[in-house]
Design a protein. Structure first.
Lengths: 456, 412
């Protein structure tokens, strides 16, 4: 990067907050995927003003900017392309306010999602979105990707909680959208547009999120099934009988076998599916819900059901789910985590199609995910150093997307498009949809400064 | 890099989960400090995209080897092992820094020289020369903040613990016979820990033999000088293997964890047999002796800091706590927040990266203050020195003691 631009950046944030050493920049060439791209500089602003100045400078000098939180994304959204500046927001990590009266929190984008959870739960409040990386990922990143998580079935995703945003526009101006009220129909709903815009339309520098009261009680059930169909009809029955569990996780046979081989928790190797469900709410509600669930599972001929109330016992049941990630990479080292999502009623059909795809391309494809919202997370387990296998993987990914769209679903439930799903976007959005997206991008970012090369 | 390490490298998915557990990332917020960044660099080195250079040497020196990332990695990536292996590669490619080379290869290998160096330092500290140096301001003229670091130098004893003692305290009908590996810090800086250990074991009818011994090797191994590490391990194994003892006792968590790794350095029977006998003093007192302590009511509030090197060994978390609870009512145990977080000492890291190390330690200082403990206990002399220094830096006079010192206090 040009010497005088580096000087200007150093003047904005201070010398020690600009990285141009090759070795250190390599550490900003990746995210949670196997995509890579080297930046020409990395900058760490501390204030809204600094972010605005950096973007303003980039716009004048026509330097692409790649915003980044903790770099845990799963679609390549924060990865720099063809040089450019990585804008790391983790120094802006203050929780500015938690209001019990207005039921909201105001945070900077670098706040770790899990830290916000802890802070609000300490005073009896609750921020539901819970992406798996919550101990590491940032609120800014959650806004950019519109992150979800297991609790989405009952509580919704990030965009359902965003009340207001402060945004730096691609030309370096400061804009506020939304505010501190649940109701707000003044002008276009820009906060919704920003949420999930993957860093292409603006950089969020302050976030106001809605909070809810923390549920008083929880109960967890782990249920083993001999057939995938009975697990699926259990899910259907639970929903039609009016119970909405906070989490409803499905593990298929291959996943169960991996976990058991790796963690030895006593799971049956011949089981076809496991459902892990958690209900929360008042004690009365929780007891009633878990009773209904137990009844439905038995009617659907489950093999075994275990129910836990205390934190310790619940953790024991969660162990199986938490062991999945490390267990499946024992098969092969490269994990390609997809998040194609289908309507709830199509889950059994989707699982069957995934099994066919796995056979057709001879790849490991364990399925475990959020059955409640149809966000199944098929994970392709491969070896990135085997180019022949990676070719099969690419074809399989295409078929997974096709299957999801066939069944009325979507390419991405919560990871975003980034660079990984770009080639498939047209399948879902069509020409008209795609040019609508591009028109918006061109209108607000005429120089294509912010996160170019992403989404489309 | 061996195949084994390449396999570990392959397992990292770059999820970034290590960020939540790395004390250095939490201070700096920089990817080059956390396991994921280092693993990416190792892959670049592996593929020939990078060669070892000064920047990389600096980056790979910034790891506490506390093992938190490894313990919490969802993919089971043993990052600590990778860092060690990287440091070894670095030494092979570029050699050791001159200071380390002199210390490891000319001092650690020779007990006579180590004791002499200790005595010299002790003379410097006691003769008034240190006072003079400090008062004169000469120290402040030293490069690299050495002036600040000089105050980190522990007070060295004029005669080492082992030189002051017979090799064996014979008992007529002992319950157990044990060998005692004192570790360098107890030997040269904290002899009171050694005396406490002897007092407690003697009072409980345990015969203790203290054979000739060398540094456990960790300073060299952690810096990538595996050759010196092996030499020291071999010498120690030679000294201990023929002793007719039931256990080999350690009061230093770091030495303990090094001894437990000797079989990785030498896949021979002696190393394996000895590793089976090696036991931490806390665990020995609780699980083997099942020690009963009758103490008077003092009600001193004590909290505990987990040394990284002890907490992941068998009963490494539970036995020191159990031991402290048995000291009631003399001492009342109170768990502090982040009790198992690394103190930032990490061998010579607190010298080479003083400010960063102190920033890591401040989390412990805060937790100690919040616990309102009158005394802090731990089970690793290095952690104890670090905590003492960082408390003093904040003008706090809370004493930091080895658990065995507190047990000895209750044996009147």
């Amino acid at each position: 990067m040009n010497e005088h631009i580096i000087k200007k950046l150093q003047n904005i944030v201070g010398k020690q907050y600009v990285i141009t050493k090759a070795e250190e920049m390599i550490c900003y060439s990746y995210d949670g995927t196997f995509q890579r791209g080297l930046p020409a500089g990395v900058v760490f602003p501390a204030t809204t003003r600094e972010v605005a100045e950096i973007i303003g400078l980039a716009n004048t000098e026509k330097i692409p900017v790649f915003p980044r939180g903790s770099g845990t994304g799963l679609s390549g959204g924060s990865i720099p392309q063809n040089g450019g500046l990585v804008l790391v927001l983790n120094r802006m990590n203050k929780i500015k306010e938690i209001s019990k009266e207005d039921l909201l929190a105001v945070v900077e984008p670098g706040v770790i999602t899990g830290d916000l959870h802890q802070a609000v739960e300490n005073i009896g409040l609750f921020y539901p979105p819970d992406p798996a990386s919550l101990k590491t990922c940032t609120m800014g990143g959650n806004i950019a990707e519109n992150a979800g998580g297991p609790r989405a079935f009952k509580y919704g995703v990030t965009s359902d909680y965003v009340l207001g945003l402060e945004v730096i526009t691609p030309t370096g101006e400061i804009m506020r959208t939304g505010g501190r009220t649940v109701k707000n129909v003044t002008g276009y709903d820009l906060k919704r547009l920003m949420t999930g815009s993957e860093g292409t339309l603006g950089v969020v520098t302050e976030i106001t999120v809605r909070l809810v009261p923390k549920p008083k009680d929880k109960k967890t059930a782990l249920v083993i099934f001999d057939s995938l169909d009975s697990a699926a009809s259990t899910v259907a029955a639970i929903v039609t009988e009016g119970v909405i569990p906070a989490t409803l996780e499905l593990m298929d046979k291959l996943t169960i076998q991996c976990v058991e081989k790796n963690a030895r928790l006593g799971l049956p190797l011949d089981a076809e599916a496991i459902l892990l469900m958690e209900v929360d709410g008042s004690t009365v509600q929780v007891n009633e819900d878990i009773g209904i669930i137990e009844d439905i599972c038995k009617r659907n001929k489950c093999r075994k059901i275990e129910i836990a109330s205390t934190l310790e016992d619940r953790e024991k049941l969660w162990k199986a789910r938490r062991a999945v990630s490390s267990a499946i990479v024992q098969l092969k080292p490269t994990k390609i985590s997809e998040d194609a999502t289908v309507p709830r009623s199509k889950i059994p059909e989707m699982v069957r199609r995934l099994q066919e795809i796995s056979k057709k391309y001879n790849i490991h494809l364990p399925v475990f995910g959020h059955a409640g919202d149809g966000n199944l997370h098929p994970n392709i387990i491969a070896d990135k150093s085997d180019p022949e296998e990676m070719e099969r993987v690419e074809k399989a990914v295409g078929e997974i997307f096709k299957a999801a769209l066939d069944l009325g679903g979507t390419l991405s439930g919560e990871h975003g498009i980034g660079v990984m799903k770009k080639p498939y976007l047209k399948w879902e959005m069509g020409e008209v949809g795609l040019s609508y997206l591009k028109a918006i991008k061109n209108a607000v970012d005429p120089n294509n400064i912010l996160n170019p090369g992403k989404i489309f | 890099m061996g195949d084994n390490c390449k396999d570990i490298l392959n397992k990292c998915s770059r999820c970034g989960g290590c960020q939540a557990h790395c004390p250095l990332y939490s201070e700096t917020g920089r990817e080059s400090f956390v396991a994921r960044g280092k693993i990416e660099l190792l892959e670049n080195l592996q593929s020939g995209n990078l060669d070892w250079n000064d920047s990389l040497a600096e980056i790979f020196s910034t790891c506490l080897l506390c093992g938190s990332c490894t313990e919490n990695c969802p993919n089971g990536v043993r990052a600590d092992k990778l860092i060690m292996s990287a440091r070894k590669d670095l030494v092979t490619a570029r050699g050791l820094p001159i200071i380390k080379r002199n210390i490891f290869q000319h001092l650690l290998k020779y007990n006579g020289r180590l004791n002499k160096a200790g005595r010299l330092l002790s003379v410097y500290q006691k003769s008034g020369l240190q006072k003079l140096m400090r008062a004169s301001g000469i120290l402040n003229m030293l490069p690299l903040d050495l002036g600040k670091k000089e105050s980190l130098l522990p007070q060295i004893v004029s005669k080492s613990f082992r030189e002051n003692l017979p090799g064996l305290n014979k008992l007529s009908n002992p319950r157990f016979k044990v060998a005692y590996f004192t570790g360098c810090v107890t030997n040269l800086v904290k002899p009171q820990v050694g005396y406490s250990l002897l007092k407690v074991l003697g009072a409980n009818n345990v015969e203790v033999v203290i054979p000739e011994q060398f540094c456990c090797g960790i300073p060299a191994i952690a810096s990538g000088d595996i050759e010196t590490g092996r030499f020291l391990a071999e010498e120690n194994i030679k000294q201990f293997v023929n002793l007719e003892v039931d256990y080999v006792i350690m009061d230093c968590a770091t030495c303990l964890s090094t001894w437990l790794k000797y079989p990785e350095l030498f896949a021979n029977k002696e190393a394996f047999d000895l590793a089976k006998k090696v036991i931490d003093i806390n665990r020995f007192l609780v699980e083997i002796l099942d020690i009963k302590i009758f103490s008077k009511e003092l009600g001193i509030k004590v909290t505990y800091h987990d040394p990284c090197h002890l907490k992941r060994t068998p009963s490494g978390r539970s036995s020191p706590r159990e031991l402290l609870k048995r000291l009631s009512p003399s001492y009342e145990f109170e768990e502090m927040e982040v009790s198992d977080r690394c103190c930032g000492s990490a061998g010579s890291f607190n010298l080479t990266h003083y400010d960063l190390s102190q920033n890591v330690a401040q989390h412990k200082v805060k937790a100690i203050l919040k616990s309102q403990a009158n005394v802090v206990a731990s089970s690793c002399p290095s952690c104890i020195m670090q905590l003492e220094h960082s408390l003093k830096k904040k003008n706090l006079d809370t004493p930091v003691k080895h658990t065995i010192e507190l047990v000895a206090d209750c044996h009147q």
